[in-house]
Ligand binder design. Sequence first.
Ligand code: FMN
Length: 364
Amino acid sequence: MNIGPYALTNPLFVAPMAGVTDRPFRSLCKKLGAGYAVSEMVTSRRDLWDTLKTSRRANHEGEAAPISVQIAGTDARMMAEAAAYNIDRGAQIIDINMGCPAKKVCNKWAGSALMQDEALALRIIEAVVAACAPRSVPVTLKMRTGWSQDHKNALAIARAAQSAGVQMLAVHGRTREQGYKGRAEYDTIAAVKAALRIPVVANGDIDSPEKVRDVLACTGADAVMIGRAAQGRPWIFREVAHFLATGTHLAAPLVVEVKRLLLDHLLDHYTLYGELTGTRTARKHIGWYVKTLPGGEAFRVRMNTLDDCAAQLNAVADFFDDLGVRMDRIPTNSGTSIGTTTGDERAVLSSRTSRYKNPEKAAA
Ligand SMILES: Cc1cc2nc3c(=O)[nH]c(=O)nc-3n(C[C@H](O)[C@H](O)[C@H](O)COP(=O)(O)O)c2cc1C
């Protein structure tokens, strides 16, 4: 699929996750098979652009194209300025955040809260498209199915966004009200896909190759976006790509390979954040990598007491060396699980597949 002029290598996207999908993590996911990654959101508040946090988020050194930056805010003019600011710093695609439920964002009437005010949402979209069009930068939008169960307006916003010039849309199959609770639903995503000409990306609770296959089939979406299931498991993208291409499962990674990947990830992480912040913010990543490995929980607790890069690197190397004595490959299904698809769910997904082959029926 294409986003504007950019042809993607595959339909497997890394979801934007503030505090997680920084440049080192995005680069790693792309190296391990992701076709596309969106940055963590950058605020539209000009007074915060000079902060270390924002400048790190706007750092794309060595990142493979296309570089996509997500912006968040509530004011159309400020959002247009934020788009221009990020284009000046290397963004090739601008993504508007209407999907994040975080209080910090929503209290300021940004993120998924914008879905409650369709007129304001549209003004923001139009202003950002107007700022990006002269520089041939495509604008994309990420949103939820609506504000609440009684206020599911994804379809209306999607149609308006497409008419305003948005070139790709990602939909998380939950409402703002749900936060991350319950299960993502894919019917609304299928309806949006059926109604639009632009590429539509399905997101929410996708955590295995089979689930990718089933969600693509039941929604008709052009791509999937994976968030939490990639935490500590960036190789999920190559596993999915292999499964979609061959119908068979790739062997789990070797312990020695995961050790190398994590050490390289940490080195890149420290380079971006420096020693103090780097060792602290690396802890969550390390915790995710070892979460389901034997001895992982005790290791995670010990890791929280280490405050310098060398100690952290040595401890990680020792942990994986010890594990390597006991096993060659990490146990299958290791990594973050956000609720693996059950047999019942799979049956429901497959039964919907045929329904969404007929767009009119899906839109009904
Ligand atoms: C820690 C975290 C941070 C997130 N930050 C953002 C963000 O900055 N922008 C955004 O649009 N969505 C954000 N999200 C939502 C994800 O992009 C995604 O829509 C959601 O996690 C559902 O996908 P998943 O089930 O594959 O994780 C975040 C999610 C998590 C867990």
